[in-house]
Design a protein around this ligand. Structure first.
Ligand SMILES: [Zn+2]
Ligand SMILES: [Zn+2]
Length: 261
């Protein structure tokens, strides 16, 4: 599995950066995990969006879904798609990639895009479905398993494998035994460490670097990649804090970096 970081920013973008978005590839199959603000432009630098085989969304928060809007506009308005475009020979089969959402996500996105326009934008662009917690969803050689984790809204960690490599993306979450169980058997844990500049408040829906390290150690993964960290925090300090809890290699997710798993 090849994992490329398109965007790793938290709720606001790094300078020149993007919010949550990860391109995952195996063979000819390309899937996108999350589509936060800024991700569309980063995705277009890597692949043709018409080649996306599926999009998976961890949860319906702005920094994980806002660029579904431009992606949906591209899929419906591009001259290569001509779904509702200018007169001319109709395109026989416009591309409509599957969009896999958390339970309730389809209605949330209809309300979001309906606040400025037609509420069926997402439904026209994608083949929309809502996944079932714990139930694997396939995309070519890739399998994605959603595991519910504690956050401020219904949220799922996503474990991805192609039968060879396997990694787990924490999504946004507070401390969670479910995340440890999901990551057990993965070689890489892509874990959020939002509280890189502070201790987590009680009942927080995010992790500190120490907590991310503890989850990686408990799950027995080989590598830890910290993400969802603002460029306004000290990256080296975050790695050092996580290293107190996890003995394997630790990196901060960097936009444009590819991990071979
Ligand atoms: Zn987030
Ligand atoms: Zn969130």
């Amino acid at each position: 599995v090849r994992l490329t970081v398109l965007g790793k920013s938290p709720a606001w973008q790094d300078a020149g950066g993007a919010c949550s978005g990860y391109l995952v590839q195996s063979g000819e199959t390309d899937i996108l995990l999350d589509c936060g603000n800024g991700v569309m432009g980063k995705l277009r630098r890597r692949i043709d969006y018409l080649e996306l085989d599926a999009v998976f969304i961890s949860h319906i928060h702005a920094d994980h879904v806002l660029d579904l809007a431009p992606l949906a506009y591209a899929l419906t308005l591009s001259p290569r798609q001509d779904v509702q475009g200018p007169p001319g020979p109709p395109i026989a089969a416009p591309v409509r990639p599957p969009l896999h959402l958390p339970p309730g996500g389809a209605g949330q996105l209809r309300r979001l895009v309906g606040s400025w326009g037609s509420d069926d934008l997402i439904d026209r662009a994608f083949v929309v479905s809502e996944y079932t917690p714990g139930e694997a969803v396939g995309a070519g050689p890739l399998t994605v398993v959603p595991t519910e984790v504690p956050h401020f809204t219904t949220t799922f960690a996503l474990t991805v494998t192609d039968g060879g490599g396997r990694f787990t993306f924490s999504a946004d979450c507070g401390p969670s035994e479910a995340l440890v169980e999901a990551a057990r058997g993965s070689s890489l844990l892509l874990a959020e460490a939002t509280f890189s500049g502070a201790e987590a408040p009680e009942g927080a829906g995010h992790l500190t670097p120490e907590e991310a390290g503890r989850h990686a150690a408990a799950a027995g993964v080989e590598r830890l990649v910290l993400t969802h960290i603002s460029d306004e925090h000290d990256a080296a300090a975050a790695v050092a804090r996580a290293a107190g809890e996890f003995g394997g290699p630790i990196e901060i997710a960097a936009e444009g970096t590819t991990y071979e798993i």
